[in-house]
Design a protein around this ligand. Structure first.
Ligand SMILES: [Zn+2]
Ligand SMILES: [Zn+2]
Ligand SMILES: [Zn+2]
Ligand SMILES: [Zn+2]
Ligand SMILES: [Zn+2]
Ligand SMILES: [Zn+2]
Length: 553
């Protein structure tokens, strides 16, 4: 009998043994010579040659000997992209060769990292939240640390020295909710980067701050009070001009990534990753290893000369929410393929049902690129003001926020909102994601869950995988998790059918195997400090078990 577990076993929660780091030497050199058409000159001897480095396709060598000789100096620049520049995009990344599915494009340590601008007190070493009753204070500066092991982390040196120079330790007493002192910490770290890491400081100063666009906005004014004027006053220092501080705040906001390796997530700035352009239908996925390094990789093949992109917003959100978020945080209006198409590739992910109950049409913005104007039915032409749409969406969003996340409430929500929202709407989809995860959430529950609920879990999971593979194929954590749930529901369904009939379950098991394979592919770079990393581990165990069963069948 099959035993496919969707639970995270004890074993999967244990830490993985450290694998020996493989030395990446001349691994790709054996297949170095492509068959290029243009004549270049050898990087070492300048002899004319047609042979390019196969990994980056950007330098040429006359022979393997000369390539080996040059490898040490070429290695840091050997990657399958180049930084290009144009008027509209500024700097951006372009693929220099065809990229295969699952290839890592870039692995990068942060230039600088620190607490989010709105943050409850966190440890100044590891950036995890502080236990009010169980922490220490840095003897030098008074900032909270979770323990002595976090004292010597390099990153704390910036605010530690600045606080010492102030002549008075900080005193953090309130641990619940956002703390105003923390608002400026990451900016301080960026400002003092020159003293802690000169090379990183130089790269940081190279990044866009959009200071002239930000200046005068309400966010800019708030930042001026809480950071720009606060730093000189609080730290009693004339070291930084107001302009310098505000430029740094801008660079941090424009280029900062939320990194989930700490709890709460922290902010980090990556250099090359900052040049990756935004798309709500990107071709790269972003993962983080347990050290908080950023990994950009290709869930699908990418053609040579394509622009490389990530989603700066949350690709799971509807278009109006993504656009508002991008405008607020990154100060631009997105014009990617998905944003240009109000139906979001035919999924109608943001559409609502026609106000006229007798009409079966869907309503979308009257003007394709204006989500804040009136809406119109595509079928009967009926128009509604934006207040009508906003009213429905606000209520639907708030109900999710305040809902106790139970199976019954999930079904109630779907039943209630089907009057206004089509089945693939982002709010409906959010509830279905929840249901797929909480209906039969482990192996024991899966074995005894009613047929009706098992079928619903199957149906929703199938719908969602199809939907998100269309509009967010690089949203690998959501897709991986859904594929895992789908594969285990299919396996359980197969078990039930096999008990009642003599039908061969091979086809169904094949489908289960296909989804668990997909899950492993989607989650392959997830660290085991994340839930997804544990799912990955279990998925590999299930995959191997399934393969074994298939061999016997
Ligand atoms: Zn040569
Ligand atoms: Zn190369
Ligand atoms: Zn710590
Ligand atoms: Zn300190
Ligand atoms: Zn977009
Ligand atoms: Zn209509």
């Amino acid at each position: 009998m099959l035993s496919i577990s969707s639970s995270l076993t004890e074993d999967s929660l244990k830490r993985k043994p450290k694998r020996k780091k493989r030395k990446n030497n001349f691994q790709h050199l054996c297949c170095v010579f492509l068959s290029p058409s243009i004549m270049n000159s050898c990087q070492v001897c300048a002899e004319p040659t047609k042979n390019n480095c196969s990994n980056c396709n950007q330098v040429s060598y006359c022979s393997v000997q000369h390539q080996k000789q040059d490898w040490k100096s070429h290695k840091p620049n050997c990657h399958p992209y180049k930084i290009a520049h144009n008027e509209v995009l500024g700097r951006h990344l372009v693929a220099t060769r065809n990229i295969k599915p699952y290839e890592i494009i870039l692995k990068e340590a942060p230039l600088v990292r620190g607490p989010a601008q709105i943050s409850a007190p966190v440890c100044m070493g590891c950036l995890n939240s502080i236990e009010p009753t169980d922490h220490i204070e840095c003897e030098q500066c008074g900032w909270p640390l979770c323990g002595p092991e976090c004292k010597s982390l390099d990153e704390h040196r910036a605010e530690c020295k600045l606080t010492k120079d102030r002549g008075q330790k900080v005193n953090v007493q309130e641990f619940q909710g956002p703390h105003p002192l923390y608002t400026c910490v990451s900016t301080v770290r960026c400002l003092l980067l020159g003293e802690t890491n000169a090379a990183n400081a130089k790269k940081f100063s190279d990044l866009e701050s959009l200071e002239s666009t930000r200046r005068g906005s309400s966010q800019w004014k708030a930042d001026l009070t809480s950071i720009g004027q606060f730093i000189p006053k609080f730290f009693k220092t004339q070291k930084f001009s107001e302009e310098e501080i505000m430029r740094t705040v801008g660079a941090l906001q424009i280029n900062g990534h939320e990194v989930p390796t700490s709890d709460p997530p922290h902010v980090a700035v990556f250099y090359v990753a900052s040049f990756t352009e935004n798309s709500c239908l990107p071709n790269l996925a972003k993962s983080f290893n347990k050290h908080g390094h950023c990994i950009l990789w290709a869930p699908q093949a990418i053609k040579k000369n394509s622009h490389l992109s990530i989603c700066y917003s949350d690709a799971i959100w509807g278009t109006s929410d993504r656009q508002r978020h991008l405008m607020q945080t990154k100060l631009f209006k997105c014009a990617c393929l998905r944003c240009q198409d109000p139906t979001e590739l035919g999924t109608n992910y943001s559409a609502i049902k026609c106000e006229d109950r007798k009409c079966s049409g869907l309503m979308l913005p009257t003007k394709a690129d204006d989500w804040h104007g009136g809406w119109q039915c595509k079928e009967c032409g009926k128009q509604v003001p934006k207040q009508y749409v906003e009213g429905i969406l606000e209520r639907a969003g708030q109900d999710i926020q305040s809902m106790e996340k139970t199976i019954e409430n999930g079904f109630k929500y779907l039943k209630h909102y089907e009057r206004w929202l089509p089945s693939q709407h982002f709010h409906m989809s959010e509830i279905k994601i929840l249901l797929v995860q909480i209906i039969a959430k482990d192996q024991q529950e899966l074995m005894v869950v009613s047929d009706e609920r098992l079928q619903l879990k199957l149906k929703f999971a199938r719908e969602l995988v199809e939907l998100y593979e269309t509009i967010t194929p690089c949203e690998v954590r959501t897709l991986g998790t859904l594929c895992f749930e789908l594969h285990s529901a299919i396996a359980e369904n197969t078990r039930r059918i096999a008990l009642e009939t003599t039908l061969s379950p091979t086809e169904m098991l094949n489908e289960s195997l296909m989804y668990v394979d997909k899950c492993v592919n989607y989650l392959q770079y997830e660290s085991d400090i994340f839930v997804e990393g544990h799912i990955l581990k279990q998925a590999k165990i299930n995959r191997d078990a399934l393969r074994m069963v298939m061999r016997i069948c």
